[in-house]
Design a protein. Structure first.
Length: 378
C-alpha cells in the first residue's frame, strides 16, 4: 500500500467516506409495516421482512464503497424515540405541535422522565445490532442511538411535564442516572460485538439556536450552564468506554421530511463541546448557511471531524469541485488528515423519510465515496 493510499484508507472509524446512518424505507418494508399495524401479519413475519430488506441494504452499502454499514434504522419509526421509550423510567405521550420543522410536523410523540431511569438488559436494539453484525462481514457494523442529552434536554429541562412534576430531587441526580444508563448501554452494545457506536444528539442544537436558548431561559435555565452540563453528561457517559470501541457524536439541526428545526453556528458551544467532549469523532452539519463557517473547528483537538457537506434534504447533486474547496477551507482549521466527509444527516430520520428519491440517495453516497478517494489520494 502506498503512502497516499494509507492516508485515504482509514482502517478505523470514522472513515474518509462515512454516513450518518438512516436510509429511505423501501416500499416492501412500508407495506409490511402497514400490514402489521392492521393485524394482517405477525410481528415475527414483519421481522423476517425487515431482516431481508436490511440484508439487501447492507449489500448495497458495500457495493457503493462504504467501509461502515448500518441497518438503515429500518426497524424504527423515529431515529431516537424507539431507543428512548424502552428505557426504564420514560413515559411517552402524544401531542399536537405548531410550527415545528417549519410546519412540516403536525403531531408528535414526546417523552419525559417519569421515574428512576435504567437501561434494560433486554433492550431490543441489542438483538437488532447482533443481526447487523452477522451480515456485515469484514465491514464495520455501525450502530446509531440517540445521545444522552436527548433525555436530559427533551425529557427534563425542556419537558413541561417534568418541570411540573420532577421525578428526581435535583438536576444533578437525574443527570447521574442518565450517565449510568449510557455507561450500561455502551457496555451492553460492546458485549454484543459493537465497535462503532454513533450518538445522535440534536439537543446540542438548542444551545446554539437563539430561539431555543430563549426557551431555556424562560424555563429558568442558563444556556451556558446547560452547555457545561451537556458536556459533563457526555464525558461521564463515556468514562468507561472500552479502548477498542469507537464512539462518535453526530450533531445536526433537525431532519424531518427535508425540513429543519434549529439554526446557528457552533460558536456558542465549542469550548465545552470540541475542547472537552471525549468522543473519537464529530459528525457535523455544514451543508447550508444555517451551520455557520468552519472557524469553530479551531477548538478541535485530536478528534476526527466528519464534514457533513452533502445534503440529504434534496436530490440536487453538489458540485464536486465546490465541495473539495470547502474541505480545503476546513483544513485551514483542522489538519486534513483529521477530516472525513459524509452527508449532513441521514436520509430518513423518521420512517416518512426526506423528500428525495431512492436513486438520488445512492447518488449522494456515491459522491461521498468519490470525493474521499480524490481528496485523500491527491
Amino acid at each position: 500500500m502506498s503512502q497516499q493510499q494509507a492516508v485515504s484508507k482509514r482502517t478505523t472509524p470514522p472513515f474518509r467516506a462515512d454516513q450518518v446512518g438512516s436510509f429511505l424505507r423501501p416500499q416492501a418494508l412500508k407495506e409490511a409495516r402497514e400490514q402489521h399495524q392492521q393485524g394482517k401479519i405477525t410481528k415475527e413475519e414483519l421481522r423476517k421482512i425487515e431482516d431481508r430488506e436490511i440484508k439487501l441494504l447492507v449489500e448495497k452499502q458495500k457495493e457503493i464503497g462504504l467501509q461502515a454499514v448500518t441497518d438503515g434504522e429500518f426497524r424504527r419509526t423515529w431515529w431516537h424515540l424507539d431507543f428512548i421509550e424502552v428505557l426504564e423510567g420514560i413515559r411517552v405521550y402524544e401531542y399536537e405541535v405548531k410550527g415545528l420543522f417549519n410546519g412540516a410536523m403536525k403531531k408528535a410523540k414526546g417523552y419525559t422522565v417519569a421515574s428512576k431511569l435504567a437501561f434494560p438488559k433486554d433492550h431490543p436494539f441489542l438483538e437488532d445490532f447482533k443481526y447487523l453484525k452477522s451480515i456485515a462481514g469484514e465491514h464495520a457494523a455501525k450502530l446509531t442511538i440517540p445521545g444522552p442529552n436527548m433525555i436530559f434536554h427533551s425529557g427534563v429541562i425542556a419537558s413541561q411535564a417534568y418541570l411540573d412534576k420532577p421525578a428526581y430531587p435535583t438536576l444533578t441526580d437525574v443527570a447521574q442516572d442518565i450517565v449510568q444508563v449510557y455507561q450500561d448501554a455502551i457496555q451492553a452494545f460492546y458485549d454484543a460485538g459493537c465497535r462503532y457506536l454513533q450518538l445522535d444528539d440534536t439537543s446540542w442544537g438548542a444551545l446554539f439556536s437563539d430561539d431555543f436558548r430563549d426557551k431555556l431561559r424562560h424555563n429558568g435555565f442558563d444556556p451556558d450552564e446547560m452547555t457545561k452540563t451537556f458536556a459533563d453528561i457526555t464525558v461521564e457517559a463515556l468514562k468507561h468506554k472500552p479502548s477498542d470501541m469507537v464512539v462518535t457524536l453526530h450533531i445536526c439541526r433537525g431532519n424531518f421530511k427535508s425540513s429543519w428545526l434549529y439554526q446557528g453556528g457552533y460558536e456558542p458551544i465549542v469550548e465545552q463541546l470540541f475542547s472537552r467532549v471525549n468522543v473519537d469523532g464529530f459528525f457535523l452539519e455544514f451543508d447550508s448557511d444555517r451551520a455557520g463557517d468552519f472557524k469553530p473547528l479551531r477548538h478541535i483537538k485530536d478528534q476526527q471531524v466528519v464534514l457533513g457537506l452533502i445534503t440529504t434534504k434534496t436530490g440536487v447533486m453538489e458540485d464536486k469541485e465546490a465541495i473539495k474547496k470547502r474541505v480545503q477551507e476546513a483544513a485551514e482549521m483542522v489538519d486534513i488528515h483529521q477530516l472525513c466527509i459524509s452527508p449532513q444527516c441521514g436520509f430518513a430520520s423518521t420512517e416518512e423519510g426526506n423528500t428525495i428519491a431512492e436513486q438520488e440517495q445512492w447518488n449522494k453516497l456515491g459522491l461521498v465515496v468519490e470525493l474521499a478517494q480524490e481528496i485523500w489520494t491527491s
